[in-house]
Design a protein around this ligand. Structure first.
Ligand code: SF4
Length: 490
């Protein structure tokens, strides 16, 4: 089971946390549309409201009024087909001997089955097939004989994979990021407290101030009076494995992730794309909205230099940037449509060409990725039907050749057009006059990161985690599980 989610947690000085959590989840809605939930704690007991649907549909005024307490966590979730039911909706909550626990998870464990089997053998009863419940049970067990920080550390030493968590133990709210920092998590300061969120856009929504990213392997504990937070660096690895696709596709352009504004990164990826594989054409246009920032960077670079890198002279108009495809905003992202048939229909429903921008022109169409190729094929056809003389496609990321095991619903290898086709073969399939992708080196350059500090599993087929049947791009330090041993505390 994989999922793509958004998490949030707040601790305030007296004021109820429910509304800030609700607005925070609204800001993170793009990270998950199947279910939403909030758990709060009023110092005596936990209050919970979790249901299937969008944030705006799941909560009404009464629901928010009943979520008492100045501490709370929230979650929006996007599961893959087969797990669309409320048993996996989050935050997940569990009561045990030493209190109550709530957990929101973004990411995917690669050793969840081993942990579940071991805990089931010890008598733990599971109510869902999700890996979040395995983390919750493991942490609850550790909390029986260890303080909060040690208990979290023990759990971090047992779980392997991708996780950004917001956790609430009674009325203490915490955030944890996996030792490789695969999924984002950041800390913000609000007028009367602190917030943890998947993306800084949630902090902006609450008029807060981004403090910093949670560091890979760090536990951040928000103080219960909303006055600050404590930091514990529980696990430290030599290299990180930030998901580069957060910057390319998943995150909001207005979010700052790992110190980089997503919008600026996308523009710079577009500029690199021109430098690497620019092609002269009459007009550059984005696939809305995903290709917009890439196309604006590409067009800017194209107006300064020729494809050979020569500066343009003042009489050379370069290329025109134009919106040639209009989007119907009331149709969902094709990426999240569950069946091929619905995806194909959705492209037609979603985008309509502006004839005057396209007719008789050579067009360069810019997007962030090609997954199955369905959308690209239809867009090239739409533009040609509209009178485009040539359609060149440029993609602001490398070809997706392999699935994601870290919590992104990226389709299977069979469905990925680049899994077994060369770039030329893909160009032929989608009937583009030319096609080029950005290289992995350029992505690392733009992200100002060493290649080894990024996860690029889906574009290289080599993963930063130890995944059965797959190659890895580093020496992975997978914790030993299944022997009933708990790592010693230091
Ligand atoms: S495999 Fe791709 S989508 Fe998944 S975490 Fe790595 S870079 Fe991100």
């Amino acid at each position: 089971m994989t999922e793509k989610c958004g998490v949030v947690g707040v601790s305030l000085d007296g004021r109820n946390a429910a509304r800030p959590l609700y607005y925070g989840l609204y800001a993170l809605q793009h990270r998950g549309q199947e279910s939403a939930g909030i758990i709060t704690h009023d110092g005596f007991q936990q209050h919970s409201h979790v249901d299937m649907g969008l944030v705006g549909d799941v909560f009404d005024e009464d629901d928010l009024d009943q979520l008492n307490g100045a501490a709370g966590i929230g979650h929006v979730r996007y599961p893959t087909a087969g797990s669309v039911d409320s048993s996996c909706a989050q935050p997940f909550s569990v009561s045990f001997k030493s209190g109550s626990l709530g957990l929101s998870h973004n990411g995917n464990l690669v050793n969840a089955d081993e942990i579940r089997d071991e805990l089931a053998g010890m008598g733990h009863a599971f109510t869902s097939d999700g890996d979040t419940e395995a983390i919750a049970h493991d942490l609850a067990r550790n909390l029986l004989d260890a303080d909060l920080v040690r208990a979290v550390k023990r759990t971090m030493q047992r779980i392997h994979g991708s996780y950004s968590l917001t956790i609430m133990h009674d009325d203490t709210v915490m955030g944890v990021r996996d030792p490789q920092g695969n999924r984002p998590l950041c800390i913000g300061k609000l007028e009367d407290g602190y917030i943890l969120a998947s993306e800084s856009a949630a902090i902006d929504t609450l008029d807060g101030e981004l403090v910093r990213d949670v560091r890979p392997g760090e536990l951040v504990v928000l103080q219960e009076d909303g006055q600050g937070f404590d930091s514990y660096q529980l696990v430290e690895l030599e290299n990180t494995a930030h998901c580069f696709f957060e910057h390319v596709y998943f995150a909001r352009p207005d979010s700052i992730i790992d110190d980089s504004l997503v919008y600026e990164v996308r523009r710079n990826l577009g500029r690199k794309l021109w430098e690497e594989s620019g092609v002269e054409s009459d007009v550059v246009m984005p696939v809305p909205d995903s290709g917009r920032a890439f196309a604006s960077g590409y067009a800017d670079a194209a107006s300064e230099t020729t494809p050979d890198g020569e500066e343009r002279d003042e009489h050379d108009d370069g290329v025109e940037f134009a919106e040639g495809l209009m989007k119907n905003r009331y149709v969902g992202r094709t990426f999240i449509m569950p069946t091929q048939d619905e995806r194909e229909r959705a492209v037609r429903l979603k985008l309509n060409p502006i004839k005057s921008t396209v007719e008789g022109k050579t067009v360069t169409l810019i997007d962030d990725s090609i997954v199955r190729g369905t959308t690209s094929t239809q867009l090239v056809q739409l533009l040609k039907d509209c009178g485009a003389e040539e359609v060149h496609m440029r993609i602001g990321a490398p070809p997706i050749v392999a699935p994601c095991y870290m919590g992104i619903d990226m389709a299977t290898r069979d469905e990925l057009i680049a899994a077994d086709k060369s770039v030329d073969e893909i160009a032929e399939t989608i009937e583009a006059d030319s096609l080029a992708y950005l290289s992995t080196d350029s992505v690392a350059d733009v992200l100002e990161s060493d290649r080894i500090d990024l996860c690029m599993g889906c574009v290289t087929g080599e993963y930063p985690y130890d995944i059965e049947g797959e190659e890895t791009d580093r020496a992975v330090d997978r914790p030993a599980v299944g022997e009933g041993t708990i790592p010693a505390d230091d």
